[in-house]
Write a protein that binds this ligand. Sequence first.
Ligand SMILES: NC(=O)c1ccc[n+]([C@@H]2O[C@H](COP(=O)([O-])OP(=O)(O)OC[C@H]3O[C@@H](n4cnc5c(N)ncnc54)[C@H](O)[C@@H]3O)[C@@H](O)[C@H]2O)c1
Ligand SMILES: [Mg+2]
Ligand SMILES: [Zn+2]
Length: 277
Amino acid sequence: MSLRWQPELLDPAMPGGWALVHSQQQFLFDDNGVLFPRDWLRRLDLGVVSEQGLGYFDGEPVFLFELAQPEDVPGARWQCLRQFMLQDGDRDLFRMLGFAAQIGTWAHQHRFCGSCGSPMQQRTGERAMHCPACGLHQYPRLSPSMIVLVTRGDELLLARSPRFAPGVYSTLAGFVEPGESLEQCVEREVREEVGVSIRDLRYIGSQGWPFPHSLMLGFHAQYDGGEIVPQPEEIEDARWFSIHALPGLPARQSIARYLIDLYVASRLGLEPPALPR
Ligand SMILES: NC(=O)c1ccc[n+]([C@@H]2O[C@H](COP(=O)([O-])OP(=O)(O)OC[C@H]3O[C@@H](n4cnc5c(N)ncnc54)[C@H](O)[C@@H]3O)[C@@H](O)[C@H]2O)c1
Ligand SMILES: [Mg+2]
Ligand SMILES: [Zn+2]
């Protein structure tokens, strides 16, 4: 893995450095990019709700200014995290922004103790919020989610959610529920979303996914039985597609796309793709 982006717990009391400005899944940027001199940003007097030391980009310390809402800054604009992902450029930059968005949103949403309502404080020495009144600790939130490509020989079961861009179909995904194993989650989600049963579940790989705080655990599975019945509201359409006539597919940077490309490559005897990180 590349070394341009290295997360690390930096003390915000440290002087200088660069800073990202984040609010509601958007980042401030200008002609020089998303990193601004931190001391210059300080003088703008923005509505910062949390400042976090994130790590090193190209060896330079990077901090985060989390704002309550996106504010106007002369000469700069705001752009969604998803847009940065789709600009097929710098993977390290996107990994840094994905990390920053998750830490910033988490810090913003844990300013007050969920147990007693007191203001929380940032802990020194670990990435956690701490309630001085009742002792509660809160760590950055991660939601394990499974994602699975169901296949039947040369056919792939792909579905579309009403949220997708027109014509795009993808693999099935869903959040793990308390008490369930990943295997049970995959079987349940496939049953709920398309009504079919599966067998020969095989774990393929994982991907951190900052929309909004998922850890994607990717599988291949074989179709076992049942007719496709799309889940009302969640699934607009689901069908079998031949590997020779695929519809619009998810972004190259997603593990959804990797699961599809990997299977197609194996059927066609092609070189396997690399797991996006
Ligand atoms: N990287 C990829 O390739 C890829 C592809 C597809 C989906 N995903 C991600 O997988 C995750 C799950 O996919 P889905 O949207 O199909 O899930 P899903 O099928 O479980 O349905 C989403 C709904 O589940 C509910 N929900 C249950 N637990 C939740 C939790 N912990 N956080 C938020 N909502 C919760 C909400 O009502 C939400 O609207 C999402 O974060 C999505 O962005 C990633
Ligand atoms: Mg789903
Ligand atoms: Zn408390």
